[in-house]
Design a binder for this molecule. Structure first.
Ligand SMILES: O=C(O)CCC(=O)C(=O)O
Length: 184
């Protein structure tokens, strides 16, 4: 089965279609509450499996949008859908995000001279006290904006923390890695 068909047939994808707000039945312009997504006409931008083993490291605070802006004009319409494959708690390094940070556009990268500094968001640009932990059970979905400042800590438990992240985009657009159009 090809990748597009596998995602379109997945339980997570069917759940997404069944969500009224995302299916376009509640057309809200409030970007803080809903991403402008019409699920009947979309394609795959990218997908990845994030395996965080027991004792595994975290992800520093960053936005996804700045990575993708140079290679796509559709970044404002690229919701990330994270499917929890295991229960994720603060202790096991669940996803966390800075409330409201997706509304401020692309922030500059860190400039502290550390390796890869520019890949991470300058901490002066967001309010760490607005951080929210997204603790989830296996099978839960977290849908988040590509401009959200997000990351996670290391996994300090003896259990693995696995998640699938699928990023959608409007239909008929080439996907990030293969350049092929994978309409869903
Ligand atoms: O898996 C996580 O905890 C965070 C993932 C993340 O930030 C990313 O893949 O961009």
């Amino acid at each position: 089965m090809d990748r597009g068909a596998a995602i379109a047939g997945s339980r997570a994808h069917r759940r997404l279609h069944a969500t009224p707000r995302l299916a376009g039945q509640d057309a809200s312009n409030d970007r803080a509450n809903s991403i402008n997504l019409v699920v009947r006409s979309m394609s795959l931008w990218t997908d990845k499996l994030n395996f965080k083993a027991a004792g595994g490291t975290g992800f520093e605070w960053h936005q996804d949008a700045p990575y993708w802006t140079p290679v796509s004009d559709s970044v404002a319409e690229m919701p990330n859908v994270m499917v929890a494959l295991d229960r994720a708690s603060e202790a096991s390094g669940c996803l966390r995000g800075i409330r409201g940070s997706h509304l401020g556009g692309a922030y500059p990268g860190k400039q502290d001279g550390s390796p890869l500094a520019g890949f991470y968001t300058d901490p002066a640009c967001f309010d760490l006290t607005a951080a929210v932990n997204f603790e989830v059970n296996a099978g839960d979905l977290i849908i988040f904006d590509p401009f959200l400042v997000h990351g996670s800590t290391g996994n300090n438990t003896s259990n693995r923390r696995r998640a699938l992240i699928v990023t959608y985009q409007p239909a008929d657009q080439p996907s990030l890695k293969s350049g092929r159009v994978i309409n869903l």
